[in-house]
Design a protein around this ligand. Structure first.
Ligand code: PLP
Length: 392
């Protein structure tokens, strides 16, 4: 059996290297502190779990949900967007439920991109942005995210002929992996660019609720004109600790939603109704657990930023997201080699920046996961390893 060429393009050497490294460490019996995976490790709030459990006993709950899903869920999304961002959405035409935002990110290209069409994808970027483009046989044009630009893409650096032919531009703030944030002025510039070149903007806002020190990330749809040019994808995975439930939503431009709806109605039968009910409870219920969760991540951030700084490794303190995007300590050049050396000496596992794209080289991603004591332990081991105090 010979798999299709598009499968071969998808496999990431770095991630299989990471799997091998994990296996090697386990075989050696190393006590691993895994800061590589960005999967929320806090439980969902009790009222959300209760809504899910209660729904399991309701008549008809095990039917196919179908693409449209529960109108009450869309109503809950509309109300939440109104309260959180001051953005008014029509639940019928401007909200589509998703099997996690990953579902929308993976399938939207199929709805918008013909083989060979350029798509604008950030580098470094969350892997599905490029994987989805490859599956749709789009032609990736990278948008470099560089520290000197605050990790915002330089829109005017996109060659005009590429911009003119491009169908889609992917953006993600607060960002995974670079942990940068964007303001409304940037989103306004994006709207102007998208209007000029007729590009559909796809903004992934999975981390809008994991923000620190009182910062509140804006929605792309708050920029005037945004809904004429784009959509925003949201998730309950990170905000409400429901990652395994697979529930997200896409909001904004009705024509873009219609196109995705056609693809999805052929592929899936919607989100389990009980999960949609849990989503309603999450979006309409008390939000104090969201703030509490953000406080937990903020404390973890501070443990790592302070501790690593004391160990001789200065890392930036992110305003939002569940990651630290750290330049390699002095004396190290290859993110893969550094991650490997660090893991073998300390058991602390990070992701090499290059796993997220060529411009991720020179960085590692540190996920803010695990108990405070484990993070303290990680910091001590890293300090004692001497890996961060080499001179050039
Ligand atoms: C985790 C994550 C997602 C996936 O979210 P789901 O709703 O669980 O599919 C999407 N985008 C980014 C940037 C993420 O980090």
């Amino acid at each position: 059996m010979e798999p299709a060429r598009r499968i071969q393009k998808l496999s990431s050497a770095v991630f299989s290297e990471m799997d091998d490294l994990g296996r090697e460490l386990r075989e050696k019996g190393v006590d691993i502190i895994n800061l590589s995976v960005g999967s929320p490790d806090l439980p969902p709030a009790p009222h959300i779990r209760q809504a899910l459990v209660k729904a399991l006993d309701e008549p008809g709950i095990y039917r196919y949900a179908l693409t449209e899903g529960l109108p009450e869920f869309k109503r809950a999304v509309a109300d939440w967007y109104g309260r959180r961002f001051g953005v008014d959405l029509d639940p019928k035409s401007e909200i589509l439920s998703l099997i996690g935002s990953q579902d929308g990110l993976a399938h939207l290209y199929l709805a918008l991109v013909n083989p060979g069409d350029p798509v604008l994808v950030p580098d470094p970027g969350y892997p599905i942005y490029s994987a989805g483009a490859l599956l749709a046989e789009g032609e990736i044009h990278w948008l470099p995210l560089l520290a000197e630009n605050g990790f915002l893409p330089e829109l005017r650096a996109v060659p005009a002929d590429v911009a003119r032919r491009a169908k889609v531009m992917l953006l993600n703030y607060p960002n995974n992996p670079v942990a940068a944030v964007a303001g409304l002025d940037f989103f306004q510039a994006v709207v102007e660019f998208a209007r000029e070149y007729r590009v559909v903007v796809v903004h992934d806002i999975a981390y809008s609720e994991l923000a620190y020190d009182g910062y509140r990330p804006p929605s792309f749809l708050q920029a005037p004109g945004a809904r004429e040019v784009g959509v925003e994808l949201h998730s309950v995975s990170k905000s409400y600790n429901l990652a395994g439930c697979r529930l997200g939503f896409m909001v904004g431009n009705a024509a873009v939603l219609d196109a995705l709806r056609v693809v999805k109605s052929n592929i899936d039968f919607g989100v389990f109704l009980a999960v949609q009910k849990a989503g309603i409870a999450a979006l309409t219920g008390p939000q104090d657990t969201v703030r509490e969760a953000a406080a937990v991540y903020q404390r973890r951030r501070d443990i790592l930023v302070r501790g690593l700084g004391e160990a001789g490794w200065e890392v930036p303190s992110p305003k939002a997201s569940m990651f630290i995007w750290a330049p390699l300590p002095r004396g190290h050049r290859s993110s893969r080699e550094f991650v490997r050396e660090l893991a073998l000496r300390t058991g602390v596992v990070l992701v090499p920046g290059v796993a997220f794209g060529a411009r991720g080289e020179g960085y590692v991603r540190i996920a803010l996961v695990g108990a405070d004591e484990r993070l303290e332990e990680a910091v001590h081991r890293i300090r004692d390893s001497g890996l961060c105090s080499r001179s050039e």
